[in-house]
Ligand binder design. Structure first.
Ligand SMILES: CCCCCCCC/C=C\CCCCC/C=C/C(=O)SCCNC(=O)CCNC(=O)[C@H](O)C(C)(C)COP(=O)(O)OP(=O)(O)OC[C@H]1O[C@@H](n2cnc3c(N)ncnc32)[C@H](O)[C@@H]1OP(=O)(O)O
Ligand SMILES: Cc1cc2nc3c(=O)[nH]c(=O)nc-3n(C[C@H](O)[C@H](O)[C@H](O)COP(=O)(O)OP(=O)(O)OC[C@H]3O[C@@H](n4cnc5c(N)ncnc54)[C@H](O)[C@@H]3O)c2cc1C
Length: 643
């Protein structure tokens, strides 16, 4: 199962080596992180990032090894944005000449870059950005300017203190004409002493949610006062500005300017399975350690993992972690395919790649953020201790529902894609993830054939149920929209229904990709059978949770929905004996998990007890401040009998 989870034996071995390298290096200790003040915390992150880079250089790690190393260091840092957005943006939107100039500098870390798109006044609405880049043909330069307070760049990670350069998204103005938002490489700080260059105001935006957590990152604010950059620092793969001041659009669609977001959304889906699996690993191991009630004749109490309620909350999350792992693997393939096509100037699959990355980013991050919080509750009171690892994981993870596109805004993008597909059904055969809509007539007509709970253990029955629900919801939205004279007004009015239709479509993708995965050769005794059980758990859990949809569209009867729930209970009993092995298969070190409750050896109580004494409050028996603030109260002479 470890190999199935990792994707291949090679990846398992490689990631295992990197995990151990980090775990055994004292520089990467993270237990004290939540107790550090902001300055110490940030400096500590810089120290870890520098040590990580030294290891990468000294040990001549490959790009793949370096990625795993950074993951296991497990601390958001400016390097995430440098490697994760700045470099990919230049790769995707730069010309060959620009790539030749900037990529070696960035890859050797001679410069540090960030991705400066969002502003104080606009994030979701990228076309609403206010920063301007005005071409000055006399000087052959662009003038980058922040005309208003709301045009201040706000949020970019790595911008506040670390970056020397930024990829700045600004409205292009050539000859007095606006040409939409484009990307510009702008130097922010001196490469000698790191001080901000003339015309640049830059700093950190302040503390964020949670102790430690994402506060290791210097999310920044940036203003430009007529800052000049050479013309060739506009990324010009999509459109060009000539020396003479002529704006030229190439054959490449202008949506490619958003290409970095497609790339990052894809990586976020892969990361969702990592974050959720960490939380599930902690909650599952602890649920096997924790005992409450049910002692008979003085025997041990019941392990809380044996309670059906615990199983019905925990096992769907375990199944979701696996589902997200496999859909992430598929999405990575889809992205690589689109990337290759784009390089060959084939843009035909870009809209689907956009819809899939947007929709799956939204679905997996929402489920993961909610799932981490559920895992905290599954661990009872001890889950609320920072030493459980769950509060920090939650605090670090939740902004994933917002960054790289607010999850609702992204589902509305999926809705546009679905509505367009439905409206074209008469003359255009849908392909890829919308191919099922080509069978819309059958899907609208046929109802579920399930008669017994066992009938639900059939991939065909499950896929058809999810297809029928998604198709019927999409068609219903299409019919409602057709009643509006102005389609945009209709879209705005029906936005909530459209979002629900998008969720149904995205859930269908995850379920289908899990089922497709099971059609592959999966070696290892019992591995495939265990994955089949998890796949049914994932699908039937969703069906149970959203049974209102399946009933409302008329595909299921209430009896069939009940049968699905009956089957789900049986499946939980089948997951139980393997639950620990299924989380051990994630192959996480205790260092990466960072949780006393999730320790591999299960030695929870002694270690919790030990850790309590390491809290700074326990440095002395009598607290600082006692004599000043508490003792006077204890010693006061009360004048009134009532008091
Ligand atoms: C305990 C320690 C643990 C450590 C863990 C570490 C965890 C760290 C992990 C990861 C680090 C991540 C760091 C995060 C950094 C975050 C960065 C950011 O947030 S960068 C900013 C991102 N911003 C956004 O995402 C903005 C969202 N808005 C948009 O994307 C768009 O503007 C829009 C919502 C799509 C709106 O566009 P709209 O339709 O209104 O208009 P147009 O812009 O004109 O688009 C029209 C057509 O274009 C199509 N389109 C839109 N987007 C894309 C795209 N990306 N690709 C292709 N096509 C696109 C759209 O569909 C329209 O098409 P048609 O309908 O005309 O065919
Ligand atoms: C931790 C973190 C790191 C970040 N890192 C970066 C970075 O490195 N670089 C960068 O450029 N940016 C970064 N961002 C910014 C991030 O990309 C934006 O915050 C995000 O895209 C959401 O945009 P917004 O803040 O404008 O939200 P808003 O759009 O203001 O959202 C507010 C509310 O309005 C709703 N809403 C908005 N538009 C619509 C609509 N059309 N229909 C219905 N509802 C709508 C949303 O659903 C939400 O509920 C980061 C943000 C965070 C939190």
């Amino acid at each position: 199962m470890k190999v199935a989870w990792a994707g291949s034996r090679e990846t398992l071995e490689l990631s295992d080596r990197m995990a151990k390298l980090v775990a055994n290096d004292p520089v990467f200790e993270k237990f004290t992180r939540p107790m550090l003040g902001r300055k110490e915390l940030f400096k500590n992150t810089l120290r870890k990032a520098a040590h990580g880079w030294k290891l990468i250089v000294d040990l001549r790690l490959t790009e793949e090894e370096a990625k795993w190393l950074r993951l296991y260091i497990d601390e958001p840092a400016y390097t995430d944005l440098h490697w994760g957005m700045f470099i990919p943006a230049i790769e995707g939107q730069g010309t060959e000449e620009q790539k030749k100039k900037w990529l070696p500098l960035a890859q050797k870390m001679k410069i540090i870059g960030c991705y400066a798109q969002t502003e104080l006044g606009h994030g979701s609405n990228v076309q609403g950005l206010e920063t301007t880049a005005t071409f000055d043909p006399q000087a052959d330069e662009f003038v980058i300017h922040s005309p208003t307070l709301t045009s201040s760049k706000w949020w970019p990670g790595g911008l506040g203190k670390a970056s020397t350069h930024a990829l700045v998204y600004a409205r292009l103005i050539v000859g007095g004409e606006f040409h939409g938002v484009h990307g510009f490489i702008v130097q922010l700080r001196s490469l000698e002493d790191h001080s901000p260059l003339p015309g640049i105001t830059v700093g950190d935006i302040g503390l964020k949610f949670g102790n430690g957590a994402y506060n290791t990152m210097d999310n920044g604010v940036l203003r430009f006062d007529h800052v000049r950059i050479p013309r060739n620092q506009m990324l010009m793969r999509v459109s060009q500005v000539t020396k003479e001041g002529k704006y030229m659009q190439s054959d490449v669609p202008r949506q490619l300017i958003y290409g970095t977001m497609v790339y990052v959304r894809q990586t976020i889906v892969v990361d969702a399975s990592k974050a959720l699996s960490r939380a599930v690993c902690i909650a599952t191991r602890y649920s096997a350690v924790r005992r409450q009630f049910g002692s008979r004749n003085g025997g041990p109490e019941t392990q809380v993992i044996d309670y059906k309620t615990q199983q019905s909350r925990l096992f769907p999350l375990l199944a979701s972690a696996y589902a997200f792992r496999f859909v992430g693997e598929w999405l990575k393939w889809l992205y690589m395919d689109v990337k290759q096509r784009l390089e060959a100037n084939d843009f035909s699959t870009l809209p689907e790649a956009h819809a899939c990355t947007a929709g799956l980013k939204s679905l997996t991050t929402t489920a993961t953020a909610d799932g981490i919080e559920e895992c905290r509750k599954l661990c009872g009171g001890h889950g609320y201790l920072v030493s459980s690892g769950l509060p920090e994981l939650f605090a670090v993870y939740i902004p994933a529902c917002t960054y790289e596109g607010d999850n609702v805004v992204l589902l509305l993008q999926v809705a546009r894609f679905i509505v367009k597909t439905v409206s074209e059904l008469g003359y255009k055969q849908p392909v890829g993830t919308t191919a099922y809509m080509g069978r819309v007539a059958t899907l609208m007509q046929n109802n579920c054939a399930v008669r017994t709970a066992e009938d639900w253990l059939n991939p065909g029955a499950i896929v058809e149920a999810f297809e029928a629900r998604a198709a019927r919801m999409a068609v219903a939205c299409g019919r409602q929209l057709a009643k509006f004279e102005n389609p945009e007004e209709g879209f705005a009015e029906l936005a909530s229904d459209l979002v629900e239709a998008s969720v149904a479509h995205c859930q269908l993708i995850v379920v289908s990709k899990f089922i497709e995965k099971l059609q592959q050769d999966i070696p290892g005794k019992g591995v495939k059978q265990s994955l089949e059980i998890l796949c049914y758990v994932y699908a039937l859990f969703l069906l149970h949770k959203h049974q209102g949809d399946f009933l409302a569209v008329g595909y299921l009867t209430p009896k069939q929905a009940l049968l699905a729930n009956d089957q789900l209970r049986t499946l939980y009993s089948k997951v139980r004996p393997n639950a620990i092995a299924l989380v051990d298969s994630f192959n996480y070190t205790d260092h990466y998990l960072g949780s006393i409750l999730g320790r591999y050896d299960g030695n929870v109580y002694p270690k919790l007890y030990e850790a309590a004494w390491e809290d700074p409050l326990n440095d002395s028996d009598v607290a600082d401040g006692f004599h000043q603030y508490v003792q006077p109260i204890l010693k006061q002479k009360l004048h009134s009998a009532k008091l």
